[in-house]
Ligand binder design. Structure first.
Ligand code: CDP
Length: 806
């Protein structure tokens, strides 16, 4: 059957465009073990680097003796801070405007900090030699407690900045103080609290966790002395930023740096910033004249590369006695570790944390965040999160439950009463964010009906009665969370990284035969970009998705972009892709008009073709027009069919979701079984429902890990006690619950295809939902807030504290 006999709907289906559950094209290579990761790269003459790391949490470095290490056969060189000083690279700038030691310079500030870099003929020799570097330390007092960081007598972590009176965002209060940052209206908020009927105040802690990508951070640096050019392959979520920052640090001209991010095995924010390993590999390649590979191991990844969260949020809500919220106040201590290496847009030292009013119509709010230094690894990355929105969502969702409990209201009913109403959109929050679109009540209602919320509460009541009568030792918890995200950084007026405005880009070239390539400044780490960008193009241009190649991660070929994190690919590059398509389509329309000898305006678009209005049998398909673009363009028109778009979004997008979780807790063992987890997400126009479902499954699994067991923990001496998967909970298929997914669709009014981001939503919404479920299980016994993570031991302890063990 030829295309002429097909209906528009049939032709549209054949394109596998937006809305189609198109199978992931990248899986063809991934499931056959044919992915091409950094560690697959083997260059002739390649050397391997490994670090000697600090055994102390805080110590002065008296002496580093590299003699024995350098003498080991196979060792080519050993680099220390002194070596790096000769090229002015002993310290490097961080994304947050701070500086960070590349190798220990006089002091070590956290356990496992990089002290020396050994370069050898093979990885094993490098590791053996790293152990032979002799470091003499003088131990210093350690502080890993953010609450003690600004007290009198607290050990001063950063001697290099101790006398600085001004931080990046105002006056510093203490040598360990990094910044104070506030949002909202303090006076109005304080006044609202003065006259509130009911108030709650709870310290809500979001412990330090780690993104844990399966592939650790790694790179291969190859410096060509003849051309003066550096090629850097690496696990980079933002390759262009690495090139620009690399050029600024190394002084190698930017056009002589080629950054390539091949396949990446998960990033989750861990692979946004620059690490000492990259700098050392580059210097090592320049020094030795040979390519140098650096591959982090799991312990190094967990204990030294960018952590997430570590926010301590003292949160208050004011409310009328009939359950209408009137104000929110939050004071947060943010533990940034030894260097402020947060991946935040420059203006926002606490990220987008001021989205803390969440999905609720708070008339006023005030947020104050103090960032502090401690003897912990640096970072503060947006782990599957839009710059601290996860912390904000956890905070508000826990606080709403605490307030509902105080009011004696059902948590879902309390939320319903306070959700922003559909007619209020676009909605400006008390802290100044303009939410683009939402239909929260519909989503919440659908979620409650889908799980049978009323019946679940009845069942819970019966179980609680049975528990009180001593007939069962099991408690049932129902967790409700309604979250609003803020993704798609960003409008360049609001967001930049080290002065680079946060827009993104897409370049599309359609070849004469109607196939094409799209190159982008983003970089997939498993999100399926090769599949979904092609679907946008398929719908926009009427060409089969299978005919479009998608390429990311090569700074020589891709247009400049800020990379992939914070679910920004769809809101920003997805928009750039659609806009580039529209330029191509406009040109194709002119060619069609010329060929059909009609005016442009006499044509209409029909799935994959322009046809003459009123004469649908007269048309030119996009494939025909691609051929014509290279053969018979109208006189005076440039041949070719390609376009580039740099998209600076007018606003963020605000996806949202309603999640409900049911758990059963055995009070005698603390064992918690997740009976059901229902996740309804609204990410506006859905490009690929199957990929969205996969994103939700993955993010919920991470949320489950965080809420139910993860914490990067330090003992009082600064030892990381959770530096391997023996001690750090990473859920496998065995522990992971079954996920029920659902959706509503509320398009973004300002995005060309109405799409919002979705990748991080389940992490953002999942964590409070689990935590609310565990807390709900104990709420009827008078418990208000049990801190995460809710592992069996802590849950058992919570039961113990409530006197449940007799
Ligand atoms: O920036 P990142 O790719 O991590 O996040 P995203 O923009 O939320 O996209 C994650 C994946 O979900 C991509 O493959 C998107 O194309 C897909 N997606 C979708 O199919 N529909 C949406 N409305 C949003 C994302």
């Amino acid at each position: 059957m030829n295309d002429v006999a097909l209906s528009s709907a049939e032709r549209a289906a054949k394109l596998e465009g937006m809305g189609c559950k198109r199978k992931r094209v990248e899986d063809i290579r991934f499931v056959q073990g044919k992915g091409n990761y950094v560690d697959d790269l083997k260059l002739p003459g390649m050397l391997y680097g490994d670090f000697t790391r600090s055994s102390h949490g805080h110590a002065r470095v008296k002496k580093i003796d590299t003699t024995k290490a350098a003498a080991l056969p196979g060792v080519v060189a050993v680099i220390t801070a002194e070596t790096l000083k000769t090229v002015n690279l002993a310290w490097m700038p961080t994304l947050a405007g701070d500086v960070q030691m590349v190798l220990a310079d006089g002091k070590v500030l956290y356990q496992n900090q990089e002290v020396a870099f050994v370069i050898a003929e093979d990885r094993y020799t490098a590791a053996d030699a790293a152990d032979l570097v002799e470091v003499e330390y003088e131990a210093l007092p350690v502080n890993v407690d953010p609450f003690k960081a600004m007290t009198d007598g607290a050990p001063i972590i950063r001697e290099d900045v101790k006398d600085k009176t001004d931080g990046a965002h105002g006056k510093r209060k203490h040598p360990n103080h990094i910044f104070s940052w506030a949002a909202g209206d303090k006076t109005a908020t304080d006044a609202a609290f003065e006259k509130a009927d009911v108030t709650i105040k709870t310290m809500i802690a979001y412990p330090r966790v780690h993104p844990c990508p399966l592939e650790t951070c790694q790179c291969v640096a190859s410096f060509d002395k003849i051309k003066g050019e550096l090629t850097l392959w690496g696990t980079f979520q933002a390759p262009h930023v690495i090139r620009t920052v690399g050029s600024l640090i190394s002084k190698i001209p930017e056009h002589k740096i080629h950054v390539i991010a091949p396949d990446i095995g998960g990033g989750f924010g861990n692979k946004v910033g620059a690490y000492p390993g990259y700098i050392c590999a580059i210097v090592a390649s320049i020094v030795t004249g040979r390519p140098v590979k650096w591959v982090e191991d799991r312990i190094e990844n967990l204990s030294t590369t960018a952590f997430a969260r570590d926010f301590y949020m003292d949160t208050e809500i004011a409310c009328t006695k009939d359950g209408k919220v009137t104000a929110l106040r939050c004071y947060t201590i943010a533990d940034h570790g030894a260097f402020d290496a947060c991946a935040n847009a420059t203006k926002w030292p606490a990220g987008l944390f001021s989205i803390i009013t969440g999905s609720y119509d708070f008339p006023t709010a005030h947020v104050l965040v103090d960032g502090v230094y401690t003897n912990k690894a640096p970072g503060g990355v947006a782990y599957r999160c839009s710059f601290r929105v996860t912390e904000a969502a956890y905070c508000i969702e826990r606080a709403m439950d605490v307030m509902a409990q105080k009011l004696g209201m059902d948590p879902a009913e309390f939320r319903m009463k306070n959700l922003i109403r559909r007619e209020q959109f676009p909605y400006t929050s008390a802290t100044g964010w303009q939410y683009d679109s939402g239909d929260y009540q519909t989503a919440m209602t659908k979620a409650m009906e889908s799980v049978g919320y009323k019946q679940l509460r009845e069942e819970q009541k019966a179980k609680r009665d049975a528990f009180k009568r001593g007939e069962t030792r099991e408690l049932m918890g129902i967790g409700v969370a309604f979250f609003t995200e803020i993704v798609g950084a960003g409008p360049s007026r609001a967001c930049d990284i080290l002065g680079i405005a946060m827009f993104d880009s897409a370049e599309i070239r359609i070849h004469p035969t109607g196939t094409g390539i799209c190159r982008l400044g983003t970089k997939s780490q498993g999100q399926g970009h090769e599949t979904t960008y092609a679907q946008i193009i398929a719908t926009e241009l009427g060409l089969p998705a299978d005919n479009i190649a998608v390429e990311e991660g090569n700074t020589d070929t891709a247009p400049y972009g800020l990379g992939t994190y914070g679910s920004r690919s769809t809101p920003v590059s997805g928009a750039a892709t659609a806009m580039a398509c529209r330029k191509i389509k406009a040109k194709a329309q002119m060619i069609a008009a010329y060929m059909l000898e009609v005016h442009d305006d006499d044509l209409e678009w029909d799935v994959d073709r322009f046809r003459v209005k009123g004469a649908p049998e007269r048309f030119k398909t996009m494939t025909e027009l691609a051929w014509a673009a290279y053969h018979e363009v109208p006189p005076g028109m440039e041949p070719g069919l390609e376009a580039i778009n740099y998209y600076d979004p007018p606003n963020f997008t605000y996806p949202f979701g309603a999640y409900i979780c049911v758990i059963d807790v055995d009070v005698d063992t603390g064992v918690t079984n997740v009976r059901r987890f229902y996740a309804l997400d609204d990410c506006g126009t859905r490009i690929n429902p199957m990929i969205i479902e996969g994103q939700i499954h993955g993010g919920l699994t991470e949320a489950f890990g965080i809420a139910m067991g993860q914490e990067i923990h330090y003992d009082d001496d600064g030892n990381v006690t959770t530096a391997s998967f023996m001690d750090y909970f990473l859920p496998t298929a065995v522990e992971t619950p079954h996920w029920e997914t659902d959706w509503t669709t509320t398009p973004s009014p300002h995005h060309p295809i109405g799409a919002k981001g979705v990748g991080e939503s389940p992490n953002v919404g999942g964590v409070p939902c689990f935590s609310n479920a565990v807390n709900d299980a104990f709420a009827f016994l008078g418990s208000t807030h049990i801190q995460m993570p809710h592992d069996n031991w802590r849950t058992w302890t919570a039961a113990e504290k409530l006197g449940l063990h007799g």
